[in-house]
Design a protein around this ligand. Structure first.
Ligand code: MLT
Ligand code: ZN
Length: 482
C-alpha cells in the first residue's frame, strides 16, 4: 500500500496538465475538503485536482496509475460515511468533479438527462422542471450533493418508495476506469443485454472502480399537484399500517412516507429556528406523507384526507393535518430534513443506516431500542426515516452533555459508540438486515462490514476490485476490505 505523498516533480506534471484552475497545492484551498461532512474523519492531501472535463480526468487517472499515486474522487463531500475523505497519511490526491458541471442534454422525448458528475442535485431538479419533467430523487443534502457522488453511492433519500434508489434511475454511465481508459456507456438504451452490466457495477462502487464522469438519468413527468400531510401515531406499527392503507387507496400516489419519533421532532424544535410542532397534543410517533398526482388528475389531497379521516375515526391515527399551501408543505418537509442537523447540534450520537424487511421494521425499532438503551445506560435511541423502504437511521445519542465534536465526543464515539454500533449491527444482521441501507460503507463502516459480511460476497467484491484496480489506487480504504 502507498503510504507517502507523491513527489514534487510528479505534482508539477499534473499542474502543467491541468493549469491553475485545475490544480492547487495550497493547504488553504485543500483543507476544507479533507474533513468529512460530519466533522468526524480528517484526512490529508498535498494537492486538489479539478479537471474541467472527462478528457482531463482520464489523463490524470492515467498519469496517477502509471506513477502509482492513489486518487480520492470527491463531489459535494456530503458522504455520511467519510467516503470522499482522503487517508490521513497524505498519500492520495483528491480529484474533485466540481468543475464538471454541464447538463449536456435533456430529452423530453426520451425522458433522459445527460449530466456531468459535478452537477448539484438541486440544479438538475431546476433544469428538468424547465422541460416539464423532474428527476425523482431527493435528499436533505440536495443543495450540495453532486450527481457523481449520488451515482457512486447509489443514494436513496425520501422518494425511494415510488422510484427506487439511484440504481433504478441510472440509464447510462460515462466513467474513467482505474487505468485511465474511458468507458462510454451513456447511451440510454432501455434494453441492452450484453452481459456484465458495468453501469450497475459502477453505481454504488464508491469510486473504488473508477471515476463516474457523467450519467444518463431517468426523468419522469413533473408533479401536477402534491399533498403533504403530517400524522400523529401511537407506534411504528400504526405508521406502517397507515402506509398500507394509503397505498391500497391511492395506488402509487404516495411517494414519501417518513417516520419521525417525538424526540426527533423535539430536537428540531429546540435547535432549528422557526420550527414548530405541526399538531397539538402529544404523539409518540409521527409520519410525514407526500402524495402526488400528474397534471390534470384529481387533487391527491382528497384521497389523502379521506384515508386520514377514516383512520382518525377508527383510531389508526391520533391526529393529522394536510398542508394548506406550498409554504406549509415546505415547512413540514423542513422539520423532517432538519433532523440530522438538530441531532448534531444537540450532541454526539452513534449513527446507523440500517434496513430490515419492511414488515419487520416496526418491531425491530421498539425491541432494539429497549435492548440498546438497557445495555448502554444514559443513551437514547432516535430511529427515524424511510419506514416504507424498511430503512431507518437508528441513531443512538450519547448521554446528555457529550458534544458532537471535540475530544470528549470523539472519545465516546471511539469507545462506547463503537460498542453500541456493534450491538446495533449484530441485531440488524440477526433480523436479516443490512448495516448500510443507503449511505454506503465508506471508511466509517468498513471494519463492521468486514466483520459481518458474508465471506462469499466479500471475496467476490475483492476479486472484482483486484481485477479492475490491481494496485488498489482508486479511493483507497473505502468499501472493499483489503
Ligand atoms: C436522512 O434521511 O435524513 C439522512 O439520510 C440521515 C442521516 O443523517 O443519517
Ligand atoms: Zn436517509
Amino acid at each position: 500500500m502507498v503510504s507517502s505523498p507523491p513527489d514534487p516533480a510528479f505534482l508539477e506534471c499534473l499542474a502543467n496538465r491541468l493549469g491553475p484552475r485545475g490544480f492547487t497545492a495550497d493547504p488553504a484551498d485543500i483543507d476544507p475538503w479533507t474533513i468529512d461532512w460530519r466533522g468526524r474523519v480528517r484526512g490529508s492531501a498535498v494537492a486538489l485536482l479539478s479537471p474541467a472535463d472527462t478528457a482531463e480526468a482520464a489523463d490524470i487517472v492515467a498519469m496517477c496509475a502509471a506513477a502509482g499515486v492513489p486518487l480520492v474522487p470527491q463531489g459535494g463531500n456530503t458522504s455520511m460515511v467519510a467516503g470522499a475523505t482522503p487517508p490521513a497519511n497524505g498519500s492520495a490526491l483528491i480529484l474533485s468533479t466540481r468543475r464538471m458541471r454541464a447538463i449536456r442534454s435533456i430529452s423530453a422525448a426520451d425522458g433522459v438527462a445527460v449530466v456531468e458528475a459535478g452537477v448539484v442535485l438541486a440544479d438538475l431538479h431546476d433544469a428538468a422542471a424547465v422541460h416539464g419533467l423532474r428527476f425523482p430523487l431527493s435528499l436533505a443534502a440536495k443543495g450540495s450533493a453532486t450527481i457523481g457522488g449520488l451515482v457512486s453511492t447509489n443514494a436513496g433519500g425520501t422518494q425511494v418508495l415510488r422510484f427506487g434508489p439511484m440504481r433504478s434511475l441510472v440509464l447510462g454511465i460515462e466513467a474513467v476506469l482505474p487505468d485511465g481508459s474511458r468507458f462510454d456507456g451513456l447511451s440510454a438504451l432501455r434494453k441492452d443485454n450484453r452481459g456484465y452490466d458495468l453501469r450497475q457495477l459502477l453505481t454504488g462502487a464508491e469510486g473504488t472502480l473508477g471515476i463516474v464522469t457523467a450519467a444518463s438519468l431517468r426523468l419522469v413527468p413533473a408533479i401536477g399537484r402534491r399533498a403533504v400531510a403530517w400524522a400523529g401515531l401511537d407506534s411504528p406499527q400504526a405508521a406502517l399500517a397507515l402506509l398500507r392503507r394509503l397505498e391500497a387507496a391511492t395506488g402509487e400516489a404516495v411517494e414519501s412516507f417518513e417516520l419521525v419519533p417525538d424526540d426527533a421532532l423535539d430536537l428540531v424544535i429546540r435547535h432549528i429556528p422557526g420550527s414548530r410542532a405541526p399538531l397539538g397534543g402529544a404523539h409518540r410517533w409521527h409520519a410525514l406523507i407526500e402524495a402526488t398526482a400528474p397534471q390534470g388528475a384529481a387533487d391527491p389531497a382528497d384521497a389523502l384526507g379521506q384515508v386520514l379521516g377514516q383512520a382518525m375515526a377508527d383510531g389508526g391515527v391520533g391526529d393529522a393535518t394536510i398542508a394548506a399551501s406550498e409554504a406549509q408543505a415546505e415547512a413540514l418537509w423542513r422539520l423532517r430534513e432538519s433532523i440530522s442537523d438538530a441531532e448534531r447540534a444537540d450532541g454526539m450520537a452513534a449513527k446507523h443506516d440500517i434496513s430490515v424487511p419492511v414488515s419487520a421494521m416496526p418491531d425491530f425499532i421498539l425491541s432494539a431500542r429497549v435492548a440498546v438503551e438497557a445495555a448502554f445506560p444514559g443513551t437514547r435511541v432516535i430511529a427515524f426515516g424511510h419506514l416504507g423502504d424498511g430503512n431507518v437511521h437508528f441513531n443512538v445519542r450519547a448521554p446528555a452533555g457529550i458534544p458532537a465534536t471535540g475530544a470528549e465526543g470523539m472519545a465516546w464515539l471511539a469507545e462506547t459508540g463503537a460498542a453500541v454500533s456493534r450491538m446495533v449491527n449484530d441485531l440488524t444482521v440477526a433480523a436479516g438486515g443490512s448495516i448500510s441501507a443507503e449511505h454506503g460503507i465508506g471508511q466509517t463502516k468498513l471494519a463492521e462490514y468486514a466483520r459481518l459480511a458474508d465471506p462469499a460476497r466479500l471475496a467476490a467484491q475483492q476479486a472484482i476490485k483486484a481485477a479492475l484496480d490491481p494496485r488498489w489506487l482508486m479511493n483507497p480504504g473505502k468499501l472493499v476490505p483489503r
